[in-house]
Design a protein around this ligand. Structure first.
Ligand SMILES: *[C@@H]1O[C@H](CO)[C@@H](O)[C@H](O)[C@H]1NC(C)=O
Ligand SMILES: *[C@@H]1O[C@H](CO)[C@@H](O)[C@H](O)[C@H]1NC(C)=O
Length: 209
C-alpha cells in the first residue's frame, strides 16, 4: 500500500514544496490548493511507517521506494522523489541500485533558494521566470535536477570512489574526524536510514547543490 493520494501529480510537487517552504511567490495561481504542512507530511509518512520498521540489515525483496517515505526527518525530500516520475521509476526498479542522499527537513527548509529556482532563469527572464505554463515546466525541470543531484546511481558505493549523480555532478565520501562526509561539498552523513535490496537511503545534514 503506497500513499498515492498526492504522488504522481505535478501540482502536488509544487504544493508540497510550497507548503514546506512557506513561500508562494512563483505559484500564486495554485495557492488555493494548499493545506497545512503538518497534515501533508503526516499523511505522506503514515502508511509506510506501519509496514516497515527500521532495520540495520538489508531487507530482501524490499526496495528503496517502499521505505523512503517512512523516515519523518526526510519527509520533504522523500516527497519530492515520489513526485518526479523519472526518479520514482528509478527507485521502484529492483534491477537498478541507487544510493539516495536525502537532505533532512532542516536542510531543505534552510536552502538558500527554492529547489525549483535557478538564478540563471531569473537573469534571463526576470521575476516572471516561473509564471505561466512555461514557468511551471521550468520549475519542474529544476526540481528534477535538484533531486537527481542527490541520487548516486549505484550501491554499494565505497569510500573515496568518485561517482556522478543522476544530475552529473561528481561526488565521493570520506571519513573525517570520525564523521562521514560527502565531498566536495563537505556535507555530513548523519545516519543510514535504510539498506534494502536495490540500495540505501542515507540522511545528510545539508544539500549538495
Ligand atoms: C545491489 O545492491 C544489493 C544490496 O546491497 C547488492 O547485494 C548487489 O550486489 C547490488 N548489485 C549491484 C549490481 O551492485
Ligand atoms: C539535520 O542535520 C543537521 C546537521 O547535522 C542537524 O543540525 C539538524 O538537527 C538535522 N535536522 C533533522 C530534522 O534531523
Amino acid at each position: 500500500m503506497k500513499p498515492t493520494f498526492l504522488c504522481a501529480c505535478p501540482v502536488a510537487t509544487i504544493c508540497l514544496v510550497l507548503v514546506a517552504f512557506a513561500e508562494s511567490r512563483p505559484f500564486n495561481s495554485i495557492n488555493k490548493l494548499l493545506f497545512s504542512a503538518q497534515s501533508l507530511l503526516g499523511k505522506h509518512n503514515g502508511p509506510v511507517s506501519q509496514i516497515m520498521p527500521p532495520s540495520d540489515e538489508v531487507s530482501t525483496g524490499v526496495i528503496i521506494s517502499d521505505v523512503i517515505g517512512k523516515t519523518q526527518d526526510i519527509a520533504i525530500f522523500s516527497g519530492l522523489t515520489r513526485d518526479v516520475d523519472t526518479i520514482s521509476g528509478r527507485l521502484e526498479d529492483a534491477a537498478q541500485n541507487a544510493t539516495v542522499l536525502a537532505p533532512n527537513n532542516t536542510a531543505m527548509k534552510n536552502l538558500k533558494r527554492k529547489p525549483w529556482e535557478d538564478p540563471k532563469d531569473y537573469e534571463a527572464l526576470g521575476t516572471g521566470a516561473y509564471k505561466g505554463g512555461d514557468g511551471e515546466d521550468r520549475a519542474h525541470k529544476n526540481l528534477r535536477t535538484f533531486v537527481e543531484a542527490h541520487i548516486v546511481p549505484q550501491s554499494p558505493w565505497e569510500e573515496g570512489q568518485k561517482v556522478k549523480t543522476l544530475a552529473g555532478n561528481e561526488i565521493w565520501w570520506e571519513i573525517k574526524d570520525g564523521k562521514k562526509n560527502i565531498q566536495p561539498s563537505d556535507v555530513e552523513v548523519t545516519s543510514i536510514a535504510d539498506k534494502v535490496s536495490n540500495g540505501e537511503v542515507w540522511i545528510i545534514g545539508g544539500s549538495l547543490v
